[in-house]
Design a protein around this ligand. Structure first.
Ligand code: GLA
Ligand code: CA
Length: 693
């Protein structure tokens, strides 16, 4: 991409708008064609098998200082004994710049804060790629953006291969043999069984990314056959979709040897004590990932050093990662963009349109330290309405009355018709990036079909009629409609909108919604929370409406597929079961769930495509969510890094922190910066003070 190209893009931003002006008419139509936008990079598609393999190599290498200071000094076994029998080998042909060299640091900036390391019991580690890097999962999906849709299959990772029984009800998985945690303890099927039995099946524990037994299908079982073999059984035949859920973030086991002794089943701890047993100050927490946390300074930085037991190598036998150190500066998400374009940070997912103009201008300059490349429109925002009317989250009388409204189709139609999406888009950024989004599958997805994407155009008068049809009238003339006299005391309709203030975009959109709903005659009150508290409240069902950025299933469809609908008691973001495990689905939600379940067991790509068209039509016609806007994101990465796969989207199957394959990135010696805080040091003892020399 040339600088000139970026400059033109920056100029375009002040030009035309992405929204086609439509005649005022509330008739259901297909959504307008989203406009093209420039500066989009192309992906180089590869065969799924071209990325990696597992095999023993004749010899292995590691950084000279590890050999000299640790192996030769008797502190660490030789590298060949630290690697599994057959390590994962990245193929050189799939590496943009080829075999790398050791050294340097990747400086991340994040807006989250670590609660602790117990991800399996629901603690956030701060997001922004920390947990993605620490945890390795049975399979991997981030890099699949470069694999053509008809060749798609999850990549092997901790599970190096798998096969189906003849009848398709049993899946046997073979784990990497002889791989070790970063403290040298062997990784085995026991780690998987502890995660499954005591963290997923034990519903007192709520893993961070919401893994539940149903994430892998209702009635699914898992058992260990031996140290390196496990067996899944499924109710349906060949539910291949679930193998995608064994990738980030729903099947990434933790170190059983460290976690188990703290779990209530094996100790006197309460569930809360288990969750909090590994605070952020606990250093050298054992991981399977490429880097281990060795230093933490509150509101300042988390530092990670290379994992000497990492189980991946390049074709020359060099143990990965190439980068010796990782930084996570504890700041804000907006600052991540600013630092990445300025060169004081190395990486950002440019995902807040409020920062597009400045970032594009800086990246277009000749001396710009970072590359900036847009992907397709794969970020969207929705208002999710809480659809549970049977007790999820213990609503009081007012909240219960709102839940009933949320389930009324006239009400949902009124809300979506009262949303002026052009105005919302312009409040983020002017120009061709932000487009109308009626909810459902995002337009950048391989499964998107515009003709199946139905949309109720902006029409405030029509919206008011729908509101009246829902039984709402302003009986006291104060401009806000009232509940019918026999509901919630006939009071004004007041709705609480759950949101996070971690992102400017969430704030801009939520405030826009408040103003637009005021015009419709509905009072919306913001319930603003820090990200982690928002997630807690949402997961517990404590909200009327929430404004929420889309996640993987609406972009990739094949990742986290069960979350596309209420396919189980805990799979939907906004409709979960009450404490008796009862789910009160409306007829269209039942249809959505049936369609998704058919997709999960469908093997023909054509059939899958048709099912998703059907899903999209049911979703958008019934206003399953009130879509707001969608737009592309751009990956910003410092120019000194090599092996960045061309066209990496910031979010498709997973976030770019996974998709770029950080363990393969490197910096040529001449370009290496002097950023390492713990040069020539390795992680120390789990729970100890920090790194060792
Ligand atoms: C946050 C950021 C994203 C991405 C993810 C990774 O959600 O907003 O851009 O970095 O963390 O988990
Ligand atoms: Ca009123």
């Amino acid at each position: 991409m040339t600088n000139l190209y970026l400059l033109r893009t920056a100029a375009l931003l002040v030009g035309v708008s992405a929204f086609t002006t439509v005649a005022v008419a509330s008739d259901l139509t297909a959504v307008p064609q989203p406009p093209d936008f420039p500066a989009q990079t192309k992906v180089q598609y590869v065969d799924g098998k071209a990325i990696l393999e597992y095999k023993a190599l004749p010899a292995y290498n590691e950084p000279a200082w590890v050999k000299k200071n640790f192996v030769d000094a008797g502190k660490l076994p030789p590298v060949k004994d630290r690697l599994p029998k057959e390590p994962m080998v990245y193929k050189t042909a799939n590496m943009a710049d080829g075999i790398g060299v050791y050294g340097d640091t990747m400086r991340h900036v994040i807006g989250g804060r670590p609660e602790g390391w117990n991800y399996w019991a629901g603690q956030t580690q701060g997001w922004g790629g920390i947990d993605i890097g620490l945890s390795e999962c049975l399979t991997r999906t981030g890099p699949l953006f470069q694999v053509k849709a008809d060749d798609l299959q999850p990549l092997p990772n901790l599970a190096k291969s798998w096969e189906w029984s003849k009848d398709g009800h049993t899946l046997t998985m073979h784990l990497l043999e002889g791989a070790k945690w970063s403290d040298g303890v062997e990784f085995t099927s026991e780690d998987l069984m502890f995660y499954w039995e005591d963290n997923v099946l034990d519903t007192n524990v709520k893993p961070l990314n919401g893994a539940s037994p149903e994430t892998f299908g209702v009635g699914t079982t898992l058992k260990a056959i031996d140290k390196y073999t496990v067996e899944w059984t499924f109710k349906d035949a060949f539910p291949k979709q679930f193998i995608y859920n064994m990738a980030y973030g729903t099947f990434c086991p933790g170190p059983a040897h460290v976690l188990k002794p703290q779990h209530p089943k094996y100790s006197k701890n309460t569930y809360d004590q288990y969750k909090n047993a590994f605070p952020p100050t606990y250093m050298n927490f054992p991981v399977m990932g490429a880097w281990v946390p060795v230093a933490y300074r509150p509101d300042d930085i988390i530092v990670l050093r290379r994992n000497p037991y990492y189980w991946k190598v390049d074709e020359k036998g060099n143990q990965l990662p190439y980068l010796d150190e990782m930084h996570y500066k504890l700041s804000t998400w907006a600052d991540r963009d600013v630092q990445a374009v300025a060169g004081s940070g190395d990486f950002s997912n440019l995902e807040q349109p409020e920062n597009f103009v400045e970032s594009l201008k800086r990246a277009a300059q000749k001396d710009a330290p970072a590359r900036l490349a847009f992907g397709s429109r794969l970020i969207g925002y929705n208002i999710n309405m809480n659809f549970s009317a049977n007790g999820w989250g213990d609503p009081d009388a007012r909240a219960q009355a709102v839940r009933e409204l949320n389930r009324n189709e006239h009400f949902r139609k009124a809300v979506t018709m009262a949303i002026n999406r052009k105005e919302l888009g312009d409040s983020l950024v002017k120009g061709p990036f932000v487009a109308t989004y009626p909810g459902g599958i995002l337009s950048g997805s391989n499964f998107y079909d515009r003709q199946s994407t139905m949309y109720y155009p902006f029409d405030l008068e029509g919206a008011k009629k729908e509101l009246a049809a829902a039984g709402l009238k302003d009986t006291d003339g104060d401009g806000i409609v009232n509940f019918p006299a026999n509901v919630n005391g006939g009071k004004n309709v007041e709705i609480s909108l759950l949101m996070t203030n971690d992102y400017t975009t969430d704030k801009s959109l939520a405030e826009g919604v408040v103003a637009q709903m005021q015009k419709l005659g509905i009072r919306v009150v913001l319930n603003t929370q820090a990200g982690k508290d928002r997630d807690q409240a949402a997961g517990a069902g404590k909200f009327d409406w929430e404004v929420l950025r889309t996640s993987a299933e609406l972009a990739s469809v094949v990742q986290n597929t069960p979350q596309l609908a209420a396919t189980g008691p805990r799979t939907s973001w906004f409709h979960r079961a009450n404490n008796k495990n009862e789910l009160d689905l409306m007829p269209f939600e039942k249809e959505l769930a049936d369609t998704v379940n058919k997709f999960i067991v469908a093997s023909d790509p054509k059939e899958q495509a048709e099912l998703m068209k059907k899903y999209q039509k049911i979703y958008t016609t019934n206003v399953n969510t009130v879509g707001l806007v969608e737009y592309p994101g751009a990956l910003i990465i410092n120019k000194r890094f090599k092996n960045v796969p061309p066209g990496t989207p910031i979010y498709m199957f997973n976030w770019a922190e996974d998709s770029v394959i950080r363990e393969r990135l490197y910096v040529p010696v001449a370009d290496q910066g002097d950023y390492q805080l713990f040069k020539d040091m390795l992680p120390g003892k789990p729970g100890g003070d920090g790194p060792q020399k």
